[in-house]
Design a protein around this ligand. Structure first.
Ligand code: FES
Ligand SMILES: [Fe+2]
Length: 491
């Protein structure tokens, strides 16, 4: 159990997420839904009925054409530099197509290599009606299998967000069995069935610096976006933090009553930070970064020219950048997503005197991996549509989004530390957690209130701040581009 002190200290900030007991750690808890099992259930999200788990019949050609027309009209009605129209956050057809065009085609972070470290280790993740099994093979390779039996389609393994281990996967229905590489091993009473043709369907799976990326597109087909440029950007910057050799200090699931886009939108701007994040703004310069128009007419994020401490901060950024760049780490305040626009890696100094994202900026654990110094600033990876992580020198905290319905998003928040760090000695949950559990709660509340307001009959898209919300427009551009491509490729 958590110590009484820990429980007492965390209670106010964890009111909506419930703490897990040490006995089941890293089992997960949620705001509203029941932990790991919540991910296994597919409910429609707004009324909780199980109907959404049934596959709708494929639309007729006429229906498909009508749907496309409706969605194209919605796309073309977009007002640039404004929030999206109501249907993008409420329409069940848009939600269904979000899953089909964005979530089933894009690269998603499923979890961490440490969750399937050894041959036979696996965990699952449900995305809409799909379920993936992330399993380490005997050859050391991590693969992602669609969790549907090649006989009559039963789930092969029970949904589990906790690491399990098995020699083989045996379907509970008629006991077809599959090895750790997904190959069919046995199918009793099936005569001379061609086993080579009945292995589990494989999705795309990549590991980078301890992060597991998946794309639900079948392995035989190409993902919508290439992975290599993202790997090239992320791998060297992630390397010293060595998340491969990290451990989960704590994990929790939040159920946020908000469309997944509103949740990611909230992450893409710090316009709201001054009014909502008293802890967060103590540590970061995000609040003082603005998008400024360059001579090329493009907006890049940089220190606010009107920030009174600008000169002092610029000198600090320059000093830290030089220090890190000597060690091979890039440093930039810009928030652009390069390449295909779905990934980003950036490092920025924390405020002077802060060496980590904790309540007082002081260390909360031993240094991770091969990190060469305490003050590594705030290294961040963002990948669209479902993940971001803030990495300090001594710990990291990530958020993984899973859409659960038009109005519901599950957010799994993980706290990672070095694998040799000992709880109670090298780190304490009551020191390591409040910074992000408070910030998370503050954000999820804003997302829920945002969703409620967007549902109003009076809601209309509102203008974005050029100085503070250009990152949102970039998010919309990427998302709507992916959606449009999905419409054109939909058959
Ligand atoms: S459905 Fe899996 S063995 Fe029959
Ligand atoms: Fe926020």
């Amino acid at each position: 159990m958590l110590s009484k002190l820990t429980s007492r200290l965390l209670r106010p900030v964890m009111a909506k997420s419930q703490l897990v007991s040490a006995a089941v750690r890293p089992a997960l808890t949620t705001r509203g839904l029941a932990g790991a099992s919540a991910a296994a259930k597919t409910t429609c999200g707004d009324c909780g009925c199980p109907n959404a788990s049934t596959t709708p019949p494929p639309p007729s050609a006429a229906q498909l054409a009508a749907n496309k027309k409706h969605l194209r009209e919605l796309l073309h009605s977009r007002i640039p530099n404004h929030s999206l129209a109501q249907q993008w956050y409420t329409d069940p057809l848009v939600y269904e197509k979000d899953l089909a065009y964005v979530w089933r085609k894009g690269w998603l972070v499923a979890g961490y290599s440490l969750q399937a470290a050894n041959p036979g280790d696996y965990f699952t993740w449900e995305i809409g009606r799909d379920s993936l099994i992330m399993m380490r093979g005997d050859d050391g390779r991590l693969r992602a299998f669609h969790n549907t039996c090649r006989h009559r389609g039963s789930r092969v393994v029970t949904a589990t967000q906790e690491t399990q281990s098995t020699k083989r996967m045996v379907c509970p229905y008629h006991q077809w069995s599959y090895d750790r590489s997904g190959a069919l091993l046995n199918a009793r009473d099936m005569g001379n069935i061609n086993k080579a043709e009945h292995g589990l369907f494989e999705a795309h799976c990549e590991e980078v610096g301890g992060l597991i990326f998946v794309c639900l597109t079948l392995k035989k087909d190409k993902p919508m976006w290439s992975f290599d440029p993202a790997r090239a950007l992320m791998a060297p910057q992630l390397a010293p933090h060595d998340l491969v050799n990290a451990k989960l200090a704590y994990s929790t699931n939040y159920t946020v009553n908000s469309n997944w886009k509103l949740v990611y939108e909230n992450n893409r701007e710090c316009y709201h930070c001054a009014g909502s994040h008293p802890e967060y703004i103590q540590s970061n310069y995000d609040l003082h970064l603005t998008y400024n128009k360059g001579t090329d007419g493009k907006f890049a994020r940089d220190l606010d020219p009107t920030y009174p401490a600008k000169e002092k901060v610029l000198a600090q950024i320059e000093r830290k950048s030089a220090e890190w760049e000597k060690l091979g780490f890039q440093c930039s305040p810009d928030s652009a997503f390069p390449g295909d626009g779905w990934y980003r890696a950036s490092r920025m100094p924390l405020k002077d005197g802060w060496v980590t994202e904790s309540m007082d900026g002081q260390p909360v654990s031993t240094l991770m991996g091969k990190v060469p110094m305490r003050d590594m600033g705030s290294f961040r990876i963002h990948t669209l549509p479902n993940y971001w992580i803030h990495v300090s020198g001594d710990h990291a905290v990530s958020s993984r989004l899973t859409p659960m319905g038009p109005f519901t998003t599950q957010v799994r928040v993980d706290w990672l530390v070095d694998k040799n760090a000992v709880e109670g000695k090298d780190y304490h949950l009551d020191k390591i957690m409040p910074f992000w559990s408070r910030t998370s709660d503050q954000d999820w509340n804003l997302c829920e209130v945002n969703q409620q307001g967007v549902l109003s009959s009076a809601y209309r898209p509102g203008p974005l701040s050029e100085r503070k919300e250009a990152g949102l427009e970039r998010f919309y551009t990427w998302y709507l581009g992916a959606f449009e491509r999905g419409i054109e490729e939909d058959k």
